[in-house]
Write a protein that binds this ligand. Sequence first.
Ligand code: C5P
Length: 219
Amino acid sequence: SETASLTGKKVLITAGPTYEKIDPVRFIGNYSSGKMGFALAQTCAERGAKVTLIAGPVSLTISHPNIERIDVESAEEMYQAASTHFANNDIAILCAAVADFTPETKADQKLKRGKDDLVLNLKPTRDIAASLGTVKRDNQLLVGFALETNNEEENALSKLKRKNFDMIVLNSLRTPQAGFQYNTNQITIIDKNGDKTEYSLKDKKEVANDIVNVIEQKL
Ligand code: C5P
């Protein structure tokens, strides 16, 4: 059953990995499936929000009249799309696993095998989250994600502060069946006051419901 609790709200969501081109046939990517971000988009749309879903390369489909999907490939393309649309949204949920580095130069032709080592120079990408955090208005809510392997909560909290998030969703890599590729996830939500709620391992659709419930409380 659909409740219209987000009617009149606009939500920007980034989802999936990014691909950073090395040459015409190769890229640097990561294992993000996009499932968590797509589940969030579906939940927000079903609750009446207008959703702009900026998706990296994923093999997922989504169909709801409230969802406008923008497909991008690289971190730079995702940055351009997110910064173009952010001002027009009430909420941004940054779920994408954005590459932190991209090749300094992209070869026009396929790189050839040789006897020598191949050295790739990588330069840092722009941090979409931090950039939106600096232009965020008081009437906008910014929600980030964190995937940590050690000092999880401490790192998540410092990330929340550094990027000016209102809340951060921590995925634990220590929990089996949680995170990348799985259909289930185990999260802890920490808000900017340091309030912390830990959830059990659930289907990503149910996790999306939990996250959106917390967002609604903060509106
Ligand atoms: O610093 P870290 O990558 O761990 O931060 C994760 C959070 O920042 C996620 O919400 C992710 O979507 C966002 N992020 C981003 N742009 C980047 C790197 C991370 O929006 N270049």
